[in-house]
Design a protein around this ligand. Structure first.
Ligand code: ATP
Ligand code: MG
Length: 429
């Protein structure tokens, strides 16, 4: 195929054989968030470039080198969203959702775009489910965000494969004091830092903590620790969070090097990581961003949130073989009809059955075909039962009912009794 007719590298089709797992995952999360009282918000995929520069920060990987930015026909600079928080804050401000200190618990789902090097678990179009909470400033809500993800891992059967890492970045003042100490220390060891870290030391020194370079990591062993610079308010907040996680029985590890990529975090930051996916091990990440709304032109409004990467969680479910068997079966009953008269009767009958059993997954054969070919399609559909309607059955106003997966004998069922009979043998979702 010519290159222009192929998908863009790092942007994937999600094929019919994969969508059941996506829908299972998305449905599980949506139900969970409903139950915890979160409301869904949907934002556009494209925003003014300025929004991301202002919120994410100019000297971050995303803004420096990962954004899909283009000029539209009006000459405006637009960007495909690389993450959801900026647009969510923009929407909240634009519609006054947090006016007068009103709390909001929001979530969103959708594609994000970053020009990164595509590899397993890292794509250029990927999907996130994100949560953002506004105007609730205590550690109780930080804990709730973590507790509900822990419940999600339980529902998905992956608790054993993920681990919670936690840190506090303090307020911007305490972080400022820490930065000074860190820069002073690292400057004294400048020659031992890798090139990236030397550059970051000037632009975004906390990001040096995040380095993968072994020599720089060795220098960091004796570097000043953020925990020693925490202000009282942040320390009490952090203690409150830890106490709640302990009360909920959620194991965690403090990782003092956890800083997160974006500029806007304060106090709590956390990541759920797995060692089952190689280098792309973070499946969910977030934290508190109390200064962001104000930085974006709103009234002081606290915020805390996270985003999980759907592709990585899908990969994890597949790797751990935690894909529930029943989700791949999408048809309960397959109806085969032979001849024009039978087809007409089958249409009327199947619509009547759908009226009575709205959740039944009933596939009616389309495209006619011999007995053999329709039966083959019935079997391939994964259906549990086939219904068979030919001239003989039609004359008697009955339909043949045939178990396809070895549960009992074939029998004839009167048209009138069909819905009631199906209700007894098909578990309906
Ligand atoms: P990483 O360190 O892996 O690049 P990040 O810190 O850039 O992650 P966030 O901006 O916090 O990631 O996004 C939240 C989550 O979204 C990540 O933990 C990950 O699961 C997922 N994610 C981020 N970038 C990608 C990507 N390019 N492809 C697939 N998933 C991604
Ligand atoms: Mg990244």
């Amino acid at each position: 195929m010519s290159k222009s007719l192929q998908a863009i590298r790092g942007m994937n089709d999600i094929l019919p054989e994969q969508t059941p797992l996506w829908r299972y995952f998305e449905g599980t999360v949506a139900r969970l968030l409903d139950n915890y009282g979160y409301k869904q918000i949907r934002m556009p995929i494209v925003e003014f470039t300025e929004l991301f520069k202002r919120s994410i920060g100019e000297v971050t990987d995303i803004v420096e080198k990962e954004m899909y930015t283009f000029e539209d026909r009006n000459g405006d600079s637009l960007t495909l969203r690389p993450e959801g928080t900026a647009a969510c804050v923009r929407a909240v401000l634009e519609h006054g959702l947090t006016g007068a200190g009103q709390p909001q618990k929001l979530w969103y789902i959708g594609p994000m775009f970053r020009h990164e090097r595509p590899q397993k678990g890292r794509y250029r179009q990927f999907h996130q489910i994100g949560l953002e909470v506004f105007n609730i400033d205590g550690p109780d809500i930080d804990a709730e965000l973590i507790v509900l993800t822990w419940r999600l891992w339980g529902l998905l059967g992956i608790r054993d494969a993920v681990k919670l890492e936690l840190n506090s970045l303090g307020t911007s003042e305490s972080r400022g004091r820490y930065k000074v100490a860190l820069v002073e220390y690292l400057s004294a060891h400048l020659d031992k830092l890798d090139e990236d870290s030397q550059r970051r030391l000037k632009t975004n020194p906390l990001r040096v903590l995040d380095t993968k370079n072994a020599d720089t990591q060795a220098v960091l062993v004796n570097a000043p620790k953020m925990a020693d610079y925490l202000d009282d308010e942040s320390r009490i907040h952090f203690e409150g969070l830890k106490a709640r996680l302990e009360a909920a029985g959620i194991p965690f590890e403090i990782n003092t090097k956890l800083v997160r990529g974006l500029d806007y975090y304060s106090k709590t930051v956390f990541e759920w990581v797995t060692d089952k996916l190689g280098a792309q091990g973070t499946v969910c990440a977030g934290g508190r961003y109390d200064g962001l709304v104000e930085q974006m032109g709103g009234k002081p409004t606290t915020g805390v949130g996270f985003a999980m990467g759907i592709e990585r969680l899908i990969l994890l479910l597949e790797t751990l073989e935690k894909v529930p068997e029943e989700i791949s079966r999408q048809v309960d009953v397959y109806l085969c009809a032979f001849g024009e008269a039978a087809e007409l009767a089958a249409l009327a009958l199947s619509e009547k059955v759908r009226d009575q059993l709205p959740n039944l997954r009933l596939q009616v054969n389309a495209g006619a075909g011999s007995f053999k070919s329709q039966f083959k399609k019935a079997d391939k559909s994964g259906a549990l039962y086939a219904l068979i309607l030919g001239d003989d059955e039609l004359a008697q106003q009955v339909i043949g009912f045939k178990p396809l997966r070895g549960q009992g004998e074939q029998q004839n069922i009167a048209f009138d009794a069909l819905a009631a009979h199906l209700a007894t043998c098909v578990v309906q979702g």
